[in-house]
Ligand binder design. Sequence first.
Ligand SMILES: [Zn+2]
Length: 446
Amino acid sequence: MSKKLIIPKQIVTVDNDDNIFLNKCVEISNGVITSVRKFSNEEIKSFSGEVINAENLTLIPGFVQTHIHLCQTLFRGLADNLELLDWLQQRIFPYENAHNKSSLRSSVKLGINELLLGGTTTILDMGTLRHQEVIFKELINSGVRAFAGKCMIDINDLYPTFKESTKNELDESYELAKTFHGKNNGKIKYGFAPRFVLSCTEELLIETGQMQKDFEGSLFHTHSSENKKEIEEVKKLHNKENIDYFNSIGVLNSRTVLAHGIHVNENEIEILKNQKVNIAHCPSSNLKLGSGIADIPKFLEEGISVSLGADGAPCNNELNIFTEMRLAALIQKPFHGPLAMDAKTVFRLATINGAKALGLGKEIGSVEVGKKADLVLMNLDTPLLSLSNDEENIYSKIVYSAGRNNIDSVMVEGEWKVKNSKSLLYDEKELRATGESELSQLLNRV
Ligand SMILES: [Zn+2]
């Protein structure tokens, strides 16, 4: 049995009482947290397993990002200053269409590396149209916790070569779900991923909603209500706004994750609430594409599930939960006042709320006995952060001031992925060199 004992300065538990513990240790057996308590010096000395002396570090739960496109990491910086439909038509669809297996593998590794170095241990990925098995294989090799699924596109007026038949999309998704759902000791789960209303037939959306029910614990993951022009097009096609349309075809429930939810009318807020739909809020992407600002305080007030995601590297241009947390807080304050989106609320969105949105609220998202040891050690004792050791100040430090450079170590289910701020998985020079070469070949194929 593999055992570990972490002795941190403090533990930000994110449990129901928001406990912050000083002088307590976390014991891990076979990837599960088995105790969170004080250990005597004797117990520590006689502990049979790895003892991690982290007296200057703060232990937090691993971050959860509920909307990511690993296949786009290679395209970072190549699609700036565009709005959604142009961004898709001129850059992102042509680039995704040009992926072969090796360019996709390179993109996925770059993304996973960045996410882990930044303390993100669980993601929901949107996948891509072709070679989806490559994404699953790299997720499995890395050991991160992930929901992923083949991105489904069966109509595409923006870039017609980037689509497949409805039958192909449904059959391939079903086969992939059969193969990968529950893999890697349950760390991999399937997230059915129709891209968005404008690239999916009604048949595809309805059948996908049905198929999702065949795989317990899987998700229905799509984009919605991101951009005003997108909504005008949806209205032309279906005579309804985006969420209203999804509701009318019966694909909304507690297993649905909708990325964005910016342009949402009052009726649609009721739908989100009644159907217990999860919103993945992506503030950087929403600002950079000029899409707008989702009314997150209103959603939270209504009890709607909200979590955070960086979206893809070319609309951000980071996959950095610290940027998303900081922006999620700051962009609301001009509208709702400085009390809106306090640091503790935002930290919960990035941890336990993300876990709950994925249906993993009992497994991850907090530091509690019985949960999987998806954990992050942060160095918050630097001269660049607040000098106050007041309990509530910890959230302020993490959300408003800290960043990826404060991440010391990261583990997923008890296995170290990052130590001393260095990846244990990838050689960064090799990642960079392969990425450069794959990108230049891909651009020649476009
Ligand atoms: Zn997206």
